[in-house]
Design a protein around this ligand. Sequence first.
Ligand code: ARG
Length: 250
Amino acid sequence: MKKTALLLGALLLTATAGARTFDEIKAAGTIKIATEGAFKPFNYFEGKKLTGFEVEIGDAIAKKLGLKVQWITQPFDSLIIGVTQNRYDFAIASHGINEERAKVVDFSDPHYCTGGQIVSKSPNIKTAAQLNGKRVAVQVGTSYLSNVQKVKGVKVKTFPKDTDAVAALIAGTVDAWVSDKFVVLDAKKANPKVKWQLGDLLFKEEIAMVVNKGNDSVTEALNGALADIIKDGTYAKISKKYFGTDVSCK
Ligand code: ARG
């Protein structure tokens, strides 16, 4: 009986344990960062190595803060939940800032600016209006899904990973795909034989790191370090490496 109560207490404690403040992270020496690892060129695996623009930005931020990094990879649609449960200190996985998410988590300053682009293999499917009656592939839990759902007459098909969504377009089981404009460029480069039709940007978004609600010391530390790596040229160097240009929100 006593044992069960103790066990329950311990369980409750872990479930309700607060987010680590920046001072607590500093004292521990290692920051836990979560990402997906399947959103090239932002976060992906090269063989067994987690890499990408956001992984390098995360590493550079941690370095500025004098911290080691423990990377954790999770399916995209479980990352925000993981942040709210304090399984890691923050997530960097191309989350667009929006009201829905801001109800449950806080955002850092944006680490890049981009948009959701319509892609197909037909010159007649390039605009939002032309998606009417069409099957459109998007990754679950994304802003692509919520924005495509607003378009009249669309038959939305969701996929666990964005790489599955583009595979469906290539295979021809859907008529269009909506994804990040830089991810689209990467997919195009990787599959030069596909007759890509790059359409309109369906919407624009600012991408930021995700922190648990009210964990201001961590948000402030991230903002400070992001500003520092922008100022000292580290950000521009990483951005050029992946995109040939500076993708910061200027
Ligand atoms: N930018 C989009 C969003 O805010 C998609 C992000 C997808 N990220 C990923 N790692 N698969 O929802």
